[in-house]
Write a protein that binds this ligand. Sequence first.
Ligand SMILES: C[S@@+](CC[C@H](N)C(=O)[O-])C[C@H]1O[C@@H](n2cnc3c(N)ncnc32)[C@H](O)[C@@H]1O
Ligand code: SF4
Length: 430
Amino acid sequence: MGSALPLGDPAPLDGLLPPSAAERTHGHPFGVYLHVPFCRVRCGYCDFNTYTSSELRGVKQVDYAGQAVIEVGLAADVLERSGVPHRPVSTVFFGGGTPTLLPSSQLIQMLRAVDDAWGIAPGAEVTTEANPDSVDAQYLADLAAAGFTRVSFGMQSAVPHVLQTLDRTHDPERVPEVVRFARDAGLQVSVDLIYGTPGESLGDWERSLDSALAMEPDHLSAYALIVEQGTKLARQIRSGVYPEPDDDLEADMYELADARLSAARYEWYEVSNWARAASGPRAGGAAASGADALTGPATPTSEFRSRHNLAYWQGHDWWGIGPGAHSHIGGTRWWNVKHPAAYADRVLAGHSPAAGRETPDNESREIERVLLLARIRQGLPVATLAPDARQQVASLIADGLINGRAAIAGSIELTLRGRLLADAVVRRLT
Ligand SMILES: C[S@@+](CC[C@H](N)C(=O)[O-])C[C@H]1O[C@@H](n2cnc3c(N)ncnc32)[C@H](O)[C@@H]1O
Ligand code: SF4
């Protein structure tokens, strides 16, 4: 299910990494992603690597945590045999699929395996994604007691007809309840919203933003709906059931989100991500898990940014556990076989589940670095740009796409217009 894997080179069955991986890891924090590839139903827009029970070809969900634990052990062994210096884990992220379809005891079993393998660093960020209808107060309290620090709820919208178009199964009234349960358990809370759903008006979007803000989450992601090829939504649009997304309306929706969120004292730190400022809603409330080790000195919002996602964007090191999961260690990337049945066969036979891998050359790495860092607020130092790209800075300021003061102070910071045209800015910088 979901989009195809990249091609790359074959990966060795013992998973051993090339010598360059060990040489290039110095100073970078280490994160672990655990993929849970199950959903109760597939949302029409989604092409993540996830499977409903009828698509599992005999694989049992109940066996999955044990298989993931085997890969954690293999990962620790591979890193050691490849000469990669040992690092405790700074961030752990359970994503999916729907991690919270598994009993809390199984997520905790996987987290313990990560701790046994590498040790979880003091102040680490430990997040799970959750569908609002898949958790209750006890579930979230169990996770918090076991060391989880953060939960990210897939809210998507507060408007019933929008949720219906997206095939979401949860009752929107459930979201404030589960947010309260999470907060009572001492977890930081993030919510995901999607804008640009067919039939969604600017007023509908405003209602979703207002509902999200009324819950005072610590963090909010707002994604423009992507119509992924091969999904039910793409077929519905092709056959005229729904209209094509309207770029102008989506731009208005982004601008509205930015205005509403800044007024509520949330600060954008990546084009689709906002974190509440220390002086924002619930100032003086529950403390977060410590200073940001990934991006230098802490800023007022840094404690609520997703440190795990920042590590992806900054090209740091992480091991992705599970079917279809991607990993990156010291410049080498690889990806696991996609189907849970193929994954189970590999790990139960004691083999690496990697399907392919690549070590991109300097030019591809530079393009990717600019592409990811330009989208982070002040994430891209001007001094690190190639001479041709540096020559673009003055015209990007003149075109109102990047902030002049930030550029003079040494970093690229997209303006609101620049965020709306981020792809065009990146093209001029690469
Ligand atoms: C793996 S899903 C989240 C976990 C959970 N299964 C859920 O849906 O609530 C991660 C997030 O990606 C976003 N997403 C998934 N497919 C998308 C698409 N086609 N366009 C825009 N955002 C998408 C959604 O906001 C979703 O919450
Ligand atoms: S619940 Fe989340 S992962 Fe599952 S199909 Fe829906 S969006 Fe995709």
